[in-house]
Design a protein around this ligand. Structure first.
Ligand code: MG
Length: 165
């Protein structure tokens, strides 16, 4: 009998407010900017969306339940560590990350030159090849909170695989 192959997808989104003073932390990378994202942790909106996508794909409780923003221990937390903890749990549950595809919604700064570093940082945490991580950046044409540079948002989708789970 053939082993059952399991393929699952997960979707995550997040948005954080921008405040004056850089640098900006996006996808585990420090991007030079005159603004930063506000939040209880390091407010890395890209890694938060990705973390939620992974949790969703694995059928686990979402990032707000797992890492409550009321937990004093998580104040200023490094989102790379939060994501790595979820990757560990997913692998322990018998899943492997297949790929991740992300869209960063930011009016500025221009992110094209930082996309390779963000891909590499994410691939390392997910323990996949750089080619399994895609990072896109979109402006919002000057409209809405993202377009007015009041916030940066991220949309992430991931694929998980498992054999004979
Ligand atoms: Mg967040």
């Amino acid at each position: 009998m053939r082993a059952k192959v399991v393929h699952r997808v997960g979707l995550g989104t997040d948005l954080h407010r921008l405040e004056p003073g850089g640098p900006l932390r996006l996808g585990g990378v420090e991007v030079p900017a005159d603004t930063h994202l506000a939040g209880h942790s390091d407010a890395d909106v890209v890694l938060h969306a990705l973390t939620d996508a992974l949790l969703g794909a694995a059928g686990m409780p979402d990032i707000g339940e797992r890492y409550p923003d009321t937990d004093p221990a998580l104040k200023g937390a490094d989102s790379r560590k939060l994501l790595a903890g979820v990757v560990d749990d997913i692998e322990r549950a018998g899943f492997q990350v297949v790929n991740a595809d992300l869209v960063i919604h930011a009016q500025r700064p221009k992110l094209s030159t930082f996309k390779p570093a963000i891909r590499a940082a994410i691939a390392e945490i997910l323990r996949v090849d750089v080619g399994d991580v895609a990072v896109k950046a979109k402006t919002h044409e000057g409209v809405d909170a993202v377009g007015r540079c009041e916030a940066i948002a991220c949309t992430a989708i991931v694929g998980l695989g498992a054999v004979g789970r």
